[in-house]
Design a protein around this ligand. Structure first.
Ligand code: MG
Ligand code: MG
Length: 248
């Protein structure tokens, strides 16, 4: 079932989203060579708890971290560990926070130190693909319109579109209906209505679109070990467009 959120629920989701955005802003200063992904994870946990929320992903489906931290060819669901960031890495932080029963979810990709021209292009274009997807959202648009916009942009720039993982509705559960694929045909799929809240999250690869899962049963990596980027916002569908709930 796709839910339409009440004004009260939307208020709580604005607050949850704000905490997620603030957590990203807070962590950014620590993204330097030498810090471990576990240290970043723990800083995120402390910040979310101090903001009066709880981390949405901790123990979600049994996930062993507080946030997902994926490096380089890891697409999503990286487990925080003793690994240290290095100059030239691309790091993806996927952060969720639950405020009074309602969730916000936002992933962002960041360069560590100086990254290659190709990686920089991947970062710029994957972020742009997110905004291409958001740009078609309004009451009466279709889920397929979002995927089509993202896929068209990605193809134009010869980036691989990950299809095994998708965006989603969000509310009192992190993952609600509908699925929001990063591919599709205009005018297909569920119709968007004002009051729906969805997470749009393109995952684009410099090389092949193919991905597979590591033996830890969590980390998804690219098939050719080339880098991947991930940008996600939680947004409210409005009459004329959308409102980003996970702003920085
Ligand atoms: Mg996420
Ligand atoms: Mg998500």
């Amino acid at each position: 079932m796709i839910t339409i959120k009440s004004e009260h629920e939307i208020e709580l989701m604005r607050k949850a989203g704000e905490i997620v955005g603030n957590t990203h802003h807070y962590l950014k200063q620590f993204l330097k060579p030498g810090i471990t992904t576990k240290e970043l994870n723990d800083l995120a946990e402390e910040f979310i708890l101090n903001s009066g929320a709880t981390p949405s992903f901790k123990n979600l489906y049994g996930f062993p971290g507080t946030i997902c931290i994926s490096l380089n060819d890891e697409v999503v669901h990286g487990i925080p560990s003793k690994r240290k960031l290095k100059n030239g890495d691309i790091i993806k932080l996927d952060i969720g926070a639950c405020y009074q029963g309602y969730h916000g979810d936002s992933a962002w990709s960041y360069p560590v130190g100086k990254v290659s021209t190709e990686v920089n292009r991947l970062l710029v274009q994957t972020e742009a693909a997110l905004y291409q997807g958001l740009s078609v959202i309004h009451d009466g648009a279709y889920v397929g319109d979002i995927g089509y916009a993202i896929e068209t942009y990605a193809k134009k720039h010869k980036l691989g579109v990950v299809k095994e993982l998708v965006g989603h509705g969000i509310g009192s559960h992190v993952h609600e209906e509908p699925d929001i694929p990063n591919y599709g045909k205009p005018g297909t799929g569920p119709m968007l209505k004002a009051g729906m809240v969805i997470a749009v999250e393109p995952m684009l690869n410099l090389g092949t679109a193919q991905v597979f899962m590591l033996d830890d049963d969590w980390t998804v990596v690219t098939g050719d070990e080339k880098p991947s980027a991930h940008f996600e916002h939680t947004v409210l569908v409005t009459k004329d467009g959308y409102e980003i709930l996970t702003k920085r």
